[in-house]
Design a protein around this ligand. Structure first.
Ligand code: KIV
Ligand code: ZN
Length: 514
């Protein structure tokens, strides 16, 4: 019978701690809900002692996510780390304390400045302390893959004896080659007493592009838990990507002889939600969730596909929930039809959000002949990013041309007041942003600006994504319109509204050691 592999999602911890991916508590909870719908087994919600924001997020997720999902919190082996982790996790239906310490000579000598004996003792003490709080304790040997194998066996054995129920073997720096990782695993399985009584876990980074392959090599040797992230986000080149691992296991069940509990049809939606929240897209050729993952451009491929899909398709887009971009609704479609179509796409909006989406849909129908699924998703995604709209775009007028100074007039609504300003700039977008700055009194630095067509055709909806910096914090904004200057204004305002209304994630206090 196929081995059941546990999927441990660390998007909100290892993924979130990489630059540009920080999320606030509300966003983390929203993503955690979707990850739970994906039916992973464990969600690592954060590193509670790292900052008050991390603590809050782990606590809120522990309080809100149920349905049998285990919530894990990371901590070093220090007493106060473990206590703080438990403080955040105690509300979870199934809490897990995940404690770690580095075991490689290079980390022990230069980072921890501890001897092997001290590390061993610290690991044992931490596991015992964590077991005082919960029966579910994971222990990780950081930089395991550059650790002396005899010492690795010794630490793992001691952690099991102290009560660890899951043992994780991270390739922290993405250094190993699949068969090397496999050999280390096999050796551990053969040499460590009682290792068959615990769950052995793999945790691989992608510095050499081998994270997924290494994880699968670990599974081949008996690992039963895989730690991974949505879209493979994570430190440097990222972690093993959840969607790639899960689909590899599913598609090649004949070889891997394993299965996961993941509802694969939720993969695409989860990936999209993450890119919407962080504003960082996946590359078009990204396996499973990239825009081209299921596109067959070459004539010979298309011919084969038309004759029989399996000629070039090893899995279907439907199996990962990629929506077909079809003409769905038009000018005369009602609110009910919109609700139904969104539900078919897996989006369940409350009445208030549905009203907003319906209004945007009607506006779009006035400007665009054909409305596709992707257009609908773009409308909804824009709403997801809007926490509270302090400023609403009421009116925009701009002028630009070959021999004139571009100018813009912007009118914004703030509660019941209307504010209007004009600005000049290098181009109409710059002029619009300057007018918005004058009204809001905020002068963020524009770090990044990107534009794309949501669907094909000259009347396609344009989506603008901006990244602005305010008080050292980077905030993403997104806006859509058939007019790219209007989409730019909306994206910029979206980011400003998020800056005004958000529960800002505080700076991480603890970075070292992870
Ligand atoms: O990569 C790593 O070693 C980690 C551990 C803290 C599990 O993320
Ligand atoms: Zn890691």
């Amino acid at each position: 019978m196929a081995t059941r592999i546990l999927i441990f999602d660390t998007t909100l911890r290892d993924g979130e701690q990489s630059p540009g991916y920080s999320m606030n508590t509300r966003e983390k909870l929203e993503l955690a809900r979707q990850i739970a719908r994906l039916r992973v087994d464990i969600i690592e919600a954060g590193f509670p002692i790292a900052s008050p924001g991390d603590f809050e997020a782990v606590k809120v997720i522990s309080q809100n996510i149920r349905d049998g999902v285990t919530i894990a919190g990371l901590c070093r082996t220090r007493d106060q780390d473990i206590d703080r982790a438990w403080e955040a996790l105690q509300h979870a239906e199934r809490p897990r304390i995940h404690t770690f310490i580095a075991t490689s000579d290079i980390h022990m000598r230069y980072k921890l400045k501890m001897s092997r004996e001290e590390v061993l003792e610290s690991a044992v003490r931490a596991v015992k302390r964590a077991r005082g709080y919960t029966d579910d304790v994971e222990f990780s040997c950081e930089d395991a893959c550059r650790t002396d194998q005899d010492f690795l066996c010794q630490v793992v054995g001691a952690a099991i004896q102290a009560g660890a129920t899951t043992i994780n073997i991270p390739d922290t720096v993405g250094y190993v080659i699949p068969w090397e990782y496999g050999e280390r695993m096999r050796d551990l399985m053969n040499r460590v007493p009682n290792i068959d009584k615990v769950v052995v876990s793999v945790h691989t980074h992608n510095d050499l592009g081998l994270a997924v392959a290494n994880s699968l090599a670990g599974v081949r040797e008996g690992a039963r838990q895989i730690e991974c992230t949505i879209n493979g986000i994570g430190e440097r080149a990222g972690n093993a990507s959840l969607e790639e691992i899960v689909m590899a296991i599913r598609t090649r069940k004949d070889i891997v002889d394993a299965e996961t509990g993941v509802k694969t049809e939720e993969i695409y939606k989860t990936s999209k939600l993450l890119t919407t929240i962080t504003g960082i897209p996946v590359q078009p050729n990204k396996a499973i969730v990239g825009a081209n993952a299921f596109a067959h451009e070459a004539g010979i491929h298309q011919h084969g596909m038309l004759s029989h899909a399996l000629t070039y398709e090893i899995m279907t887009p439907e199996s990962v929930g990629v929506p077909q971009s079809r003409l769905v609704l038009g000018k005369h479609s009602g609110r009910h039809a919109l609700k139904k179509r969104l539900q078919d796409l897996g989006v369940d909006l409350g009445e208030e959000d549905l009203s907003k989406a319906f209004q945007r849909f009607k506006e779009l129908c006035d400007k665009k002949k054909e409305v596709f699924d992707d257009d609908l998703l773009a409308i909804v995604e824009e709403q997801v990013l809007t926490l509270s709209e302090t400023y609403v775009l009421d009116h925009l007028q701009f002028a630009s041309g070959t021999n004139m100074i571009p100018s813009a007039t912007v009118r914004l609504r703030k509660e019941d007041e209307i504010h209007q300003e004009s600005g000049c700039g290098d181009g109409p977008v710059d002029a619009t942003f300057k007018a918005i700055d004058q009204i809001t009194g905020m002068h963020p630095r524009l770090k990044d600006y990107g534009i794309r067509a949501v669907t094909s055709g000259k009347d396609a909806l344009g989506e603008v994504m901006v990244s602005i910096e305010i008080d050292g914090q980077t905030i993403i904004g997104r806006g859509t319109s058939t007019d790219v200057i209007e989409a730019s204004a909306k994206a910029y305002l979206n980011a400003i509204n998020r800056a005004v209304g958000r529960n800002a994630p505080p700076e991480k206090e603890v970075k070292e050691g992870v």
